[in-house]
Design a protein around this ligand. Structure first.
Ligand code: ADP
Ligand code: ZN
Length: 613
């Protein structure tokens, strides 16, 4: 029905993109052929385009269900700047907005109507919807329907009615959840029949992962920010107190930073979020309360000032960086105190099963921080995904930015404990043995009689845990059965025990010296950053221009143009409309609205710098 040329023409004319991101095309085609769709794509994967494009091509209106009014507003703004007819119908809709919706529906020109889930419980609204020509339903953040998910919203349960009420209207549901259980729950609850299923890769190639051992966090944070001047980002901290302290510290150092946590009033939180969206405040220091509802695409870094309690949370939070596809940093600082504190909370969980799950999750998180292995490979493995190479080249480990120390003697102590206890015990007991702890188990097996008993007293427990993690990841120790994690020696272990091979692991003694903000190409189409001072200055100038336009139009700046579009402009210096429309993200409508203003600014800049191309 829709030839592929027509689809790609719409992609470039309306959205200004030359190619689809992974999985977008198949989803668009499925929707265009009126199939139900269930798509799991990571944050930044480009979910909106998957339904906005077909909504524009199909006749009738696409009803988008979205959990937060702030998210709806952003989406409507973004769709409109691309020339789509979009509106949101909710408790904040003005009379003017309502009359726009009425007229557009009447004239059959509305592409997208955003509503909140509770509208579905309003019989009056449902009856009204039934009189309309609907193209399909798009459900954003579909995991909100699942009680297993982290953002469960009872309002979403109303959506279970869609299929019964509108048996002939297809549904496309989208989520960034990584857990299988939640995914299955969504399909069941929405009663999706024969959906076209997509599970995109969770790899975010433009994110650079790095982990630092925490010494003096304030100083380390300043170092980090020095290498990321003029950039916008989020600093996560685990408690309100730490949020307040870090925000105050950054302010005292002259940074544009604001705190955000659940203890603040709704007004204050809202104002903070708005300031961030509008680039009026560069850095938000927040607890995990800051998250959903942040669609800002130009977040250039997410710093974790403390160890998160599990990898899911870490992945979701870091996922807020670099949605526009431009490079962004995910920087974690962790220390021993974090581990002790988190373990303390986990131990207080009363339900035994929940406690064991939390313990296991924490172990994975610690392993991620301490393991001498490509961060991306470790992260993806946690989500059941195999990275198709042995290194990613976009993390601190692959980039050689970490320091290692020789820990052969420690390894020998530990390995000899494994050997002398008969290769029949797990990490906890082995640590007790080297630390010389007289536990019941130690007494029962008379392990206090072994020569290795207490040989590692000079180091604390987390150190020995780290040695074990490193030994396992380097395949010097093996775990046969994950259910009974008994540690066994491998051939490599003997080489170390016999002093034929040395053992190295990540160092926590000295703070690894990261390289200066480096140039790295994340994708072939991604322009290398900061390579030319003229380009860098133009980029800053265009950012200012974008901010001015956004302020007059009452839009967040990243809706006018993404950082990615501005980067490309500042590298290619498009001087007329023909050149300008080739920039990624410049569709017909944006060319008309903003093209001339930006072209003039670029020409002026080139003239002032006596530079022509
Ligand atoms: P998600 O909802 O999956 O987190 P978004 O829909 O917000 O992602 O898209 C993230 C960013 O990617 C937006 O800035 C969007 O304009 C951009 N984007 C989407 N599809 C493409 C594409 N095919 N080519 C280039 N950029 C894209
Ligand atoms: Zn890597």
């Amino acid at each position: 029905m829709f030839p592929p040329e027509k689809i790609s023409a719409t992609l470039s004319e309306v959205f200004g993109f030359t190619t689809f991101r992974p999985n977008q095309e198949e989803i668009v085609r499925a929707i265009l052929s009126r199939q139900n769709v269930f798509a799991i794509m990571p944050t930044g994967g480009g979910k909106s385009l998957c339904y906005q494009l077909p909504a524009h091509m199909l006749s009738g209106v696409c009803v988008v269900i979205s959990p937060l009014i702030s998210l709806m507003k952003d989406q409507v703004d973004a769709a409109r700047t691309n020339g789509l007819h979009a509106a949101a119908f909710n408790s904040t809709s003005t009379l003017a907005e309502k009359s726009y919706i009425r007229d557009a529906l009447h004239g059959n020109t509305l592409d997208l109507l955003y509503i909140s889930p509770e509208r579905f419980n309003s019989e009056h609204f449902l009856e009204r919807l039934k009189t309309l020509n609907l193209s399909f339903f798009a459900i954003d953040e579909a995991h909100c329907i699942s009680e297993w998910g982290h953002d469960f919203r009872p309002d979403y349960l109303a959506l279970a009615r869609i299929t019964d009420e509108f048996p002939d209207v297809p549904i496309a549901a989208f989520t960034a959840t990584a857990t299988l259980r939640v995914a299955e729950d969504i399909v069941t609850r929405l009663q999706l029949k024969n959906p076209h299923l997509t599970r995109a890769s969770f790899n975010r190639p433009n994110l650079f992962y790095q982990v630092f051992y925490k010494r003096r966090f304030d100083g380390q944070l300043l170092d980090f920010l020095d290498r990321h001047p003029n950039e916008s980002g989020i600093v996560y901290r685990t408690s309100r107190k730490k949020v307040e302290e870090t925000a105050a510290f950054l302010q005292s150092q002259g940074f544009s930073a604001l705190p955000y946590h659940a203890g603040m009033t709704d007004e204050d939180r809202h104002a903070t979020q708005e300031a961030f969206r509008r680039d009026e405040c560069a850095i938000i220091v927040a607890t995990i309360a800051f998250g959903m509802g942040i669609d800002k695409s130009n977040v250039r870094f997410v710093v974790h000032g403390d160890l998160p309690k599990n990898i899911e949370a870490y992945y979701q939070e870091t996922g807020r960086a670099g949605r526009d596809g431009e490079s962004a940093y995910c920087t974690l600082f962790y220390g021993r105190q974090d581990i002790t504190l988190l373990a303390h909370f986990v131990n207080k969980i009363e339900n035994k099963q929940a406690r064991e799950v939390a313990k296991e999750q924490l172990r994975h998180m610690i392993r991620f921080a301490e393991q001498d292995e490509c961060r991306r490979i470790g992260l993806l493995r946690y989500f059941g995904e195999v990275f198709p190479a042995t290194r990613c080249d976009h993390c601190d480990i692959c980039g050689g930015e970490v320091e290692r120390e020789d820990a052969t003697i420690a390894a020998q102590k530990l390995l000899s404990a494994v050997y002398r206890t008969g290769e029949r015990f797990g990490a906890t007991h082995l640590c007790d043995v080297v630390l010389g702890e007289v536990t019941d188990k130690v007494r029962q097996f008379r392990h206090d009689q072994l020569p290795t008993f207490g040989v590692g007293k000079d180091r604390p427990l987390p150190y020995w845990r780290m040695v074990i993690n490193a030994l396992v990841s380097q395949k010097i120790l093996a775990v046969d059965d994950p259910k009974f994690p008994v540690l066994k020696l491998t051939e490599n272990a003997w080489a170390i025990l016999r002093n034929k091979q040395r053992f190295q692991m990540l160092s926590q003694q000295s703070h690894p010296k990261p390289q200066k903000s480096r140039v790295f190409d994340v994708r072939p189409e991604n322009p290398a950053r900061g390579s030319n001072p003229l380009s860098e200055r133009l980029f800053q100038r265009l950012r200012e221009l974008r901010k001015e336009i956004a302020a007059t139009e009452n839009l967040p700046p990243y809706v006018v143009f993404s950082d990615k579009s501005l980067r490309e402009m500042s590298l290619k210096f498009p001087k007329d409309r023909d050149a300008f429309q080739l920039i990624s993200g410049v569709g017909r409508h944006k060319l008309e609205s903003y093209g001339d203003t930006f072209i003039t600014a670029i020409n002026e800049y080139c003239r002032d710098n006596s530079w022509s191309q």
